[in-house]
Write a protein that binds this ligand. Structure first.
Ligand code: ZN
Length: 431
């Protein structure tokens, strides 16, 4: 694994180059291909040999990568890391154009539980996946990214909204439509989209459908007097995608290993590509086709559910349990919840803590305040579906689900090293 500075630079590039789950999965696929992994397709017949290195995408927004060990999985189990590729944002409606008072606006749906106030007064751009008809008449999927700022949701002046700093309630339908032009071209989003695709070299002749999001064009950056912090959009949970994949690529597997990034975690994971889908179970069935072998493999496997944790915020320290308040740059966090919002149990927590010790990475613990509700992750979902022993871990961050989030510049590299040890740890080491 590279040194921390190089690692963080690649991480910032990944964050900035992945405005949507489709772009994140494309970037992960490119990284895998660069390291000798070849793509498999669900529709094809698979013949998986010992030592095989492959990945498979679903919908272009979820991805599973795996490297088979020399011994069968029934003898070693899988070391697995799961993250999610999606983040809260504003998504375009199918017929988004609204013309009012000399401006064209684009209507949006709120994807996931975004902090809405953070989307105002930003230099917004558009990116996503578009289904198009090409010159030859075929239907293909293309990625689009305007890259430059093309839209804004302006705040209302304080003179017209005197209570803005005391009480703010945002009506999603009325206040979030994004203003993007005064030009008459604004009345037909699809023709503007087609123009954009063509200017990027596409031979598309018609837009059939799309999944397009707004994103903030401000580039990810190191910040803080001593560059202690990383500030970016989508830290939750592209950080875990990047960290998980880097540790997957850089570790020497003791047995078989797997990395998965699921779409749709922020909206409950119930989709054909989310953690509640059959994607992972079906893929494991193809890697281990004999049910008896698969049961034995799962029984010896451990899954790390990697998703960010809350770091204690110096201005709001009372929102955390005093004994379980992770600090930014204090190391990755093992999250537990006896009501099973996190899947960590004593056995998996101990196993991961051992890996952290071996990597010389400090470990922090998080439990939500007893009088507050707890967030969740893909961990309990996958644990329940597969019956696999699971531990929830993540780096601490501030402002989770803001348009611009903050994390420590030490923690990502630390978690990557710890997960590298996890991937390389032989089966049967735990009791
Ligand atoms: Zn998350």
């Amino acid at each position: 694994m590279a040194d921390k500075a190089t690692f963080n630079q690649s991480f910032l590039k990944f964050l900035g180059g992945s405005p949507t789950p489709h772009h994140a999965v494309q970037n992960m696929a490119t990284a895998l291909e660069g390291r000798g992994f070849t793509e498999l397709f669900e529709r094809d017949s698979w013949k998986i040999k010992p030592g095989a290195k492959h990945f498979v995408r679903k919908n272009g927004s979820s991805l599973i990568a795996f490297e088979m060990g020399e011994k069968p999985p029934a003898e070693t189990g899988f070391r697995m890391v799961a993250a999610h590729s999606d983040s809260p944002c504003l998504r375009l409606k199918p017929s988004p154009e609204v013309g009012m008072h000399g401006a064209w606006k684009l209507g949006v749906e709120v994807y996931g539980s975004a902090i809405l106030s953070t989307w105002f007064d930003r230099d917004l751009s558009l990116a996503g996946r578009v289904m198009v008809k090409s010159k030859t008449g075929g239907v293909t999927s293309e990625l689009v990214n305007w890259k430059k700022a093309v839209a804004v949701v302006p705040n209302l002046a304080i003179h017209l909204n005197r209570n803005v700093n005391k009480e703010r309630c945002i009506n999603e339908q009325l206040e979030l439509p994004v203003i993007w032009t005064q030009s008459e071209r604004g009345k037909n989003f699809r023709s503007a989209l087609l123009e954009q695709l063509k200017s990027a070299g596409s031979d598309a002749t018609e837009i059939l459908d799309y999944e397009i999001s707004f994103f903030d064009t401000q580039a990810p950056s190191l910040t803080g007097l001593a560059e202690e912090f990383i500030s970016s959009a989508r830290i939750d949970n592209l950080a875990s995608c990047f960290i998980g994949l880097e540790s997957f690529l850089d570790s020497k597997p003791a047995g078989s290993k797997l990395f998965v990034a699921f779409d749709h975690e922020e909206v409950g994971s119930r989709s054909h590509v989310g953690a509640q889908s059959a994607f992972l179970a079906n893929t494991l069935a193809r890697l281990c086709p004999v049910p008896e072998d698969r049961m034995r493999a799962v029984a010896q496997s451990i899954l790390v559910s990697a998703d960010n944790a809350h770091g204690i915020h110096p201005n709001y320290a009372d929102r955390m349990d005093p004994q379980h308040s992770p600090r930014i740059n204090g190391g990755p966090v093992i999250k537990s919840n006896n009501n099973q919002s996190y899947a960590t149990n004593a056995r998996t927590g101990a196993f991961l803590a051992e890996c952290f010790g071996e990597a010389k990475v400090p470990v922090q613990r998080f439990v939500v305040r007893t009088d507050l509700g707890c967030g969740s992750t893909v961990g309990p979902i996958v644990a329940a579906q597969l019956g696999v022993d699971t531990v929830d871990v993540g780096i601490p961050q501030w402002a989770m689900h803001s348009c611009r989030e903050t994390m420590g510049s030490e923690d990502a590299f630390a978690l990557a090293r710890a997960l590298g040890v996890f991937y390389a740890t032989v089966a049967g080491r735990e009791a």
